[in-house]
Design a binder for this molecule. Sequence first.
Ligand code: 3EB
Length: 350
Amino acid sequence: MLFGVLGAKIAGYVNTAARNHSLLDIHYQPRSRLADVVDDPYTLAVIDFGIQSQFSDEKRITVGTPALAGGDLLEVWRTDELPESGRLGDIHYRRTSALIFGRILVANNQDSIESITHSIYQQIGQLQQELDYSQMIRIWNYLSWINRHDDGMERYQSFCVGRHQAIDTSKGFESHLPAATAVGTRDDNILVYFLAAHEDGVQIENPRQISAFEYPQQYAPKSPAFSRAIVKQWGDQLHLYISGTASILGHETRHKNRLLEQLDECLNNMDVLVAEARAQTGPDISDASQLTAIKIYLLAEENHEAVLSHVRKRLGDKVRVLVLSADICRDDLMLEIEGLKSGERGKTKD
Ligand code: 3EB
């Protein structure tokens, strides 16, 4: 009898995980569920937002871009296989047979942002090689004081140099670049977290924009190494990761000092990326309103209500919207937006 109950309990547990064959599921949960989510052994990572970038526990990352809207939500990454935790150099990771989630937090010190970035990306490359997850899929970079000029160069530009020098730039590397976010925090930490896998996703570029890796040198002496979006199949799930997207056409900032026009241009760019992704690989959604979630990084906090109401007018109320306080890598950009579609083909998860 006792065994029966226990057996059923274990079976129930296994079934919960096995029911959806999603190698990776990303969804949003109310903050009140934090304890359950962290206790769940299948939780790979929990992304949270606050005043300062930090590792709040073994699974939870607090990103130093405080939430102005949507702060009642946690972003939860869950797998269908018990993840194994480990550490290599400064990188903490959790991994399954299919994927690895890594995170690294480095305090600003006397070293230049270029050399800190170089060390971070070198360690990431080493981890990918040693543990055999060769394809970077999606990466988030939260750099303190991104617009400050250190040694005559904006810290974002120095970051681009350090990154470019550390990654593999052998022939054809531009067609294997991850989707990325690079925004600024106002604390003294540099936080990078990422998702890598054995096999590449499908890289999506934006026909309205010059690819970042082909930008003219004025934006960074070494080109920004990221793609505009990635589509990745995880078992029966298809994910679309849209990089931080700004009011840029070609390579130039549009609508300087006009917040809502910049917002519309970001959303136009995201609509185009969704359409490109659909044409190339078929996530069954037609525009940004059908994304699972977007994160809006906003320079001027006091504008968050205007931004949120404009976004709701354009995208409706299905998509989760987080508005986060952050610095943006060009000083004429007032905001930047990233997007996620998770779930089975054609279905939107909440
Ligand atoms: C842009 O389109 C805006 O350097 O990794 C967005 C996303 C931006 C990622 C990066 C930079 C990066 O150029 C800036």
